[in-house]
Design a protein around this ligand. Structure first.
Ligand code: ISL
Ligand code: CA
Length: 565
């Protein structure tokens, strides 16, 4: 059977990436905080799963105001995570297992405890003053404009020493770096080379579209204030900076880059990921994980809306020879099975497998967030004291303490959407603290359902979510059509079933996923019939039969079948 050879086959298109949030992954020294030696302990677990690339959320020295996304020293490992020798050991152990390490590049902002900012705030003529963005207050002494922080309040804070304000899109302890300053860019390229020369295989670039600021910083309209990322992103020099970064650094290494494209529209995507752009290899879009959000409020979503988003992402990513990503969650979002599936005891495993089938058979490099391979669920967040996330704590002040919103409405929404849902400790076993730590009090409470949901049980159960992820990863790796093939939605308006084809040459696959608790059916393309079943989350006797022209789907059943042309 001849199959068209894929255009531009590349390791980072064929890889499965696993995101590790280090503080919650595995604690090796009993201090209640995950660390790098703990990650080394679990590399065989990841290798067995079929993972060949790890994206490590920030491992750098930080005061942890935003759990590491506030960097104090870009060349130093956070001491609670271990030493530079531990980091080098991780790299070496990964190389022995044919795994590559991608690290987090957080250079839109630093920590206010970084040496650069300590200098910058000293005086207006300090050599580091222009490493950050300082402005005089407006005529009545307030902030320079109405820019809003993503963590509530103004994006400006006044520094009494010089009487000027500095810009911070996130926390006041996360001042934005001034990328217009060539010295800032040189420092960033230098720190990138520092880690690349150690053997790191690429970067996930935190809020990278925000690095080029609108020069005159006009006031935002009320509509812009509702989602300021679109006003902050895609400034006039974004592409100049990324192409310079490519020339100065990335083009000299065999690396992958993925941009956290917060605030980038579909129309702006090809300019970032087009193959001949020499900017980024791929980006994360946030439309899917935020399809049921109105600001901080949780709203409802429908399957046709989800399908339309996937179609828009596909057209944006691949329009000009670019590449894309697929993911269901990360450290900033709720758990996938609680968000898009059904996390009740009856349907959790089936729906977790069904969602994974979507993630691994859409086009793009799949990113597994730690614990989703187990079908881990949201945490029972009941009171504001259950939360750790600075985003929620500051929103509580702005929305509830101010009297604008009731505590009940606020907590009912954030319990479903909070970033804390994904930041609870990995559930390794039914031992105390889920085997994450020997400490009595980990930095965040373990989900009480760890006795039922943990890696040890699932590695011993061939029908577990873990083993289904392992089968999906192996299937994708072995199937060029699922990596490089075209995507076509067969029934965009069907409210219950998601069915689509992936085709490359004469390799033709159909995926059908039932997103409901009732039996449904999915019609094959006209004239086509089932040739064989590649994977199903139900036993064989309940899976599509050969020559079928309509697929019967059990509740939350997902199937991947080869079909005749
Ligand atoms: O909750 C969000 C915004 O309201 C998230 O979407 C997130 O803040 C946004 O996607 C940017 O995320 C990245 O930058 C932040 C950090 O808090 C996130 O953890 C990181 O993924 C600032 O560095
Ligand atoms: Ca530890």
């Amino acid at each position: 059977m001849s199959t068209a050879s894929p255009e531009h086959p590349t390791w980072w298109k064929e890889a499965t990436v696993y995101q590790i949030y280090p503080r919650s992954f595995k604690d090796s020294n009993g201090d209640g905080l995950g660390d790098i030696p703990g990650i080394i302990e679990k590399l065989d677990y990841l290798s067995t799963l079929g993972i060949n690339v790890i994206w490590l959320s920030p491992h750098f020295d930080s005061p942890n105001v935003d759990n590491g996304y506030d960097i104090r020293d870009y060349r130093k490992v956070l001491k609670e995570f271990g030493s530079m020798a531990d980091f080098d050991q991780l790299l070496s152990e990964m190389k022995q297992r044919d795994m590559r390490l991608v690290i987090d590049l957080v250079v839109n902002h630093s920590s206010d405890e970084h040496e650069w900012f300590e200098q910058s705030r000293q005086s207006k003529d300090n050599p580091y003053r222009d490493f950050y963005i300082w402005r005089d207050g407006n005529s009545d002494g307030g902030p320079p404009n109405n820019y809003a922080s993503f963590f509530s309040g103004s994006a400006w804070s006044k520094d009494d020493r010089t009487g000027q304000y500095y810009l911070h899109y996130f926390a006041a302890k996360q001042p934005d770096l001034n990328w217009e300053n060539p010295s800032v860019r040189e420092e960033v390229y230098s720190l990138m080379k520092f880690w690349l020369d150690k053997g790191v295989a690429g970067f996930r670039m935190d809020v990278i579209p925000l690095i080029s600021k609108q020069p005159d910083m006009p006031e935002l309209t009320p509509e812009q204030l509702h989602a300021p990322e679109y006003a902050y992103a895609n400034g006039p020099h974004l592409h100049d900076y990324l192409q310079e970064m490519n020339r100065e650094v990335l083009s000299k290494y065999d690396v992958m880059t993925v941009g956290e494209a917060f605030g980038i529209t579909y129309a702006e995507t090809p300019a970032l990921v087009g193959r001949d752009r020499n900017e980024l290899n791929m980006i994360f879009h946030f439309d899917l994980v935020r399809l049921d959000r109105d600001g901080w409020r949780k709203t409802e979503w429908t399957l046709p809306e989800l399908k339309e988003i996937n179609r828009n992402i596909y057209e944006a990513d691949y329009g000009e020879g670019g590449w894309g990503t697929t993911f269901l969650t990360n450290h900033d979002n709720p758990r996938a099975v609680s968000h898009f599936g059904n996390d009740s005891a009856e349907w959790r495993e089936l729906s977790a497998k069904a969602l994974a089938t979507m993630m691994f058979t859409l086009k793009g490099t799949p990113y597994v967030y730690q614990g989703d391979e187990l079908g881990m669920t949201n945490f029972p967040l009941e009171r504001i004291d259950d939360y750790q996330d600075i985003e929620v704590k500051r929103a509580w002040q702005e929305e509830v303490v101010s009297g604008q919103v009731s505590a009940e409405e606020f907590l009912e929404s954030y319990a479903q959407t909070s970033r804390d849902n994904a930041r609870t400790p990995m559930q390794w076993s039914a031992e105390p603290q889920a085997g994450f730590t020997t400490a009595d009090t980990p930095w965040f409470a373990v989900n009480p359902n760890y006795r039922d949901i943990n890696a040890e049980h699932q590695q011993d159960n061939p029908h577990s979510v873990y083993h289904f992820y392992r089968q999906l990863i192996a299937l994708r790796r072995a199937t060029p059509a699922l990596i490089y093939g075209d995507y076509h939605d067969l029934a965009p308006q069907d409210p219950n079933v998601y069915s689509y084809t992936r085709a490359l040459g004469d390799q033709r696959y159909m995926v059908a996923i039932n997103f409901t608790e009732e039996e449904q059916e999915a019609a094959l393309p006209s004239g086509a019939s089932v040739v064989s079943v590649s994977l199903s989350n139900y036993p064989d006797e309940q899976s599509p039969q050969q020559d079928a022209q309509v697929i019967q789907l059990q509740p939350w059943q997902a199937v991947v079948v080869t079909i005749s042309a």
